[in-house]
Ligand binder design. Structure first.
Ligand code: NAD
Length: 251
């Protein structure tokens, strides 16, 4: 096993499901100690932490709440003594509705988790990474951060916001040793997509049809991109929005 992250510490938010889960596993395989962060703890979470080995912990945290996020970073430091990488991935799809029918409740919930949540995570992660003088943050947006999607106004706005926020943090951190990038997944086979398709044949075909490669991406294909962006192989990459999307935004 190539342990490029040996003695390093990574936070993965939304780490118990889908893309976050795959990324927590990818970090651990490369030798990192991982803080798996989520607002839901299940039996599967316990198994995941066991599978990640003795150097992983679970931290319960709602990323849209300041007190939770501050405590989450403090618990990571208390457990592992440092912070090198963060993959700020937690997000929700919310309820689909056109702009004129989107409710204030839906808007606030999606923006609160998908956009404010990422700002809060970086707010508390950056000072800790600065103590090492080197580290990487990768945020999670979407192809919905690069183009519009009818019926998803709050989701699209949140993901466009994540890209702007990432670029700003990257510029602020450029001379401080912290790189900040953002991954923009296409349609990835996760519980989120299962909820959106309802697992019906028709909806699955419709979503698959969005992808030029003619298939869904797998969570591990996003995890690989995140791990690469955190590695020294990507040492000159910062402020970058990387589509990992089977060609979706090339259309
Ligand atoms: P998922 O639903 O499988 O996983 C999301 C995880 O985030 C869950 O474990 C959930 O409990 C957690 N979470 C949600 N709100 C949270 C909160 N407030 N605090 C802490 N944890 C919270 O979904 P996924 O597909 O793996 O999505 C991961 C990220 O990828 C999301 O930001 C999503 O918007 C983005 N994304 C997904 C796709 C896709 O096709 N699956 C495409 C583009 C972008």
């Amino acid at each position: 096993m190539e342990t490029i992250f040996k003695n390093k510490v990574a936070i993965v938010t939304g780490g118990t499901s889908g893309i976050g889960r795959a990324t927590a596993i990818a970090f651990a395989k490369k030798g990192a100690k991982v803080a798996v962060v989520d607002w839901i703890e299940s039996n599967e979470t316990v198994n995941l932490i066991k599978d990640l080995g003795g150097e992983a912990i679970f931290i319960k945290c709602d990323v849209s709440k300041t007190t939770d996020v501050k405590a989450m970073v403090e618990k990571t430091i208390a457990a592992f003594g440092r912070l090198d990488y963060a993959y700020n991935n937690a997000g929700i799809e919310g309820v689909s509705a056109p702009t004129s029918e989107c409710t204030e409740e839906n808007w606030d919930k999606i923006i609160g988790i998908n956009l404010k949540g990422i700002w809060l995570c970086m707010k508390y992660e950056i000072p800790e990474i600065l103590k090492q003088g080197k580290g990487v943050i990768v945020n999670c947006a979407s192809v919905a951060g690069l183009v519009g999607f009818a019926g998803l106004p709050a989701y699209v706005a949140s993901k466009h916001g994540v890209i702007g926020l990432t670029k700003t943090a990257a510029l602020e951190c450029a001379k401080l040793g912290i790189r900040v990038n953002v991954v923009c997944p296409g349609v990835i086979q996760t519980p989120m997509i299962d909820r959106l398709t309802g697992k019906t044949k028709e909806a699955i075909e419709q979503f698959t049809g969005l992808e030029p490669v003619g298939r869904f991406g797998q969570p591990e294909e996003i995890a690989n991109a995140v791990v690469w962006m955190c590695s020294d192989e990507a040492s000159f990459v910062t402020g970058h929005a990387m589509a990992v999307d089977g060609g979706f935004v090339a259309q």
